[in-house]
Design a binder for this molecule. Structure first.
Ligand SMILES: Nc1ncnc2c1ncn2[C@@H]1O[C@H](COP(=O)(O)OP(=O)(O)O)[C@@H](O)[C@H]1O
Ligand SMILES: [Mg+2]
Length: 333
């Protein structure tokens, strides 16, 4: 279990006025400005959850992950990861967790990947049986054997990320932190990464904390999202709950063969219909409250004014939901 209370991280950024004089003044006075990257963040995550930690660039995601993994020291606040303060007990914490940063490798650059793995096996004291079983699984999903004999520097990005994820999971950590693990990867490698992450979560009950800009990662892997913006949490919900809330606003896309009469303003401005507009000459997009109308009633009404060729329900997409969350976050900020 992870619990975070009033977690805050401030960075002191040196303010250097331009030129030599400025540099000297900075040396003497040491002027800084403070950047609050993470501000009074609270959440707790139960063992076995799969949580997406998302937000725009610079929101404070990586800073949070670095504090949770013990790499950065919080300015204030409290973190417990499986009962351990990750900064104070970094080594003990490392035994429980796996970490992948998409932007940089954790592997030794110049030695064959299999030797990196063997080193990690020793460091983490992974029993032979566990090690072999894990390698078998990673091989199955990742085809590791094709490149495990090469050094990390000679791998393609896709191979390296597969090796990195495998390395992070070798010691059966109970909690895994993944910061943009699929960034820049081809579709095939992304799929393989998702499959392995999903399996260790579903089959082994490993806790997953994932940041990603690829919402397909989020959709496939996570059941809960925490949204951070400007260092503050603006939303923390089960995805199923969000879907329910946004499904309140059911969407229907209707393709018209031809317009018999002008669609009445009444239909477009009616209570319970939150949005209705012609997207183009043939496509009508309508959002309505499902407790007030059935989709059939909407179609029937439109059918009085136009010949309908086709229609389909629009499920609330995760993109749209997150867009709305960002927007409402801006309003309340
Ligand atoms: N070492 C650092 N020194 C100064 N500012 C930093 C440092 N690391 C991150 N920041 C700033 O803190 C904010 C949050 O950064 P980060 O956590 O990397 O965002 P994200 O991962 O959500 O894109 C950004 O404004 C970033 O510029
Ligand atoms: Mg980041």
């Amino acid at each position: 279990m992870i619990s975070v209370r009033k977690l805050t991280k401030e960075f002191k950024i040196p303010v250097k006025p331009p030129g030599m004089k400025g540099a000297i003044r900075h040396l003497i006075r040491g002027e800084y400005k403070v950047k609050v990257a993470v501000e009074s963040v609270d959440f707790s995550i139960e063992q076995g959850e799969a949580v997406a930690y998302i937000g725009p660039n610079g929101a404070g995601k990586s800073t949070t992950i670095k504090m949770l993994t013990g790499i950065l020291k919080p300015t204030s606040g409290e973190i417990l990861v499986n009962g351990i303060d990750p900064q104070r007990h970094r080594i003990q914490n490392a035994k429980n967790i796996g970490v992948v940063f998409g932007q940089r490798t954790q592997l030794w650059w110049d030695i064959p990947v299999e030797e990196s793995f063997a080193l990690l096996k020793n460091i983490y004291e992974v029993p032979d049986a566990v090690y072999n079983e894990n390698l078998k699984l990673f091989n199955e999903i990742f085809g590791l054997s094709e490149f495990i004999g090469r050094s990390a520097r000679k791998l393609s990005l896709g191979q390296r990320m597969r090796a990195d994820l495998a390395a992070a999971l070798l010691h059966n950590p109970s909690t895994v932190f993944l910061d943009e693990p699929t960034i820049g990867l081809d579709i095939g490698t992304k799929e393989a990464m998702r499959e392995l992450i999903q399996r260790i979560n579903r089959e082994k009950g490993v806790t997953i904390i994932l940041t990603s800009h690829d919402l397909k990662d989020v959709e496939d892997i996570c059941r809960r999202i925490i949204v951070i913006d400007g260092g503050r949490i603006i939303c923390d919900k089960e995805i199923s709950q969000l879907t329910k809330e946004y499904a309140m606003d059911r969407g229907l896309q209707i393709t018209l063969l031809d317009m018999q009469k002008e669609l009445p303003a009444r239909l477009l401005g009616q209570e319970g219909i939150s949005y209705a507009a012609m997207e183009d000459a043939h496509t009508l997009e309508i959002h309505f409250k499902p407790e007030m109308y059935t989709a059939f009633e909407i179609v029937e009404e439109v059918n009085k004014y136009a010949r309908i060729q086709d229609f389909r329900l629009r499920e609330p997409s995760i993109e749209r939901m997150i867009e709305k969350i960002y927007r409402s976050g801006e309003q309340s900020a």
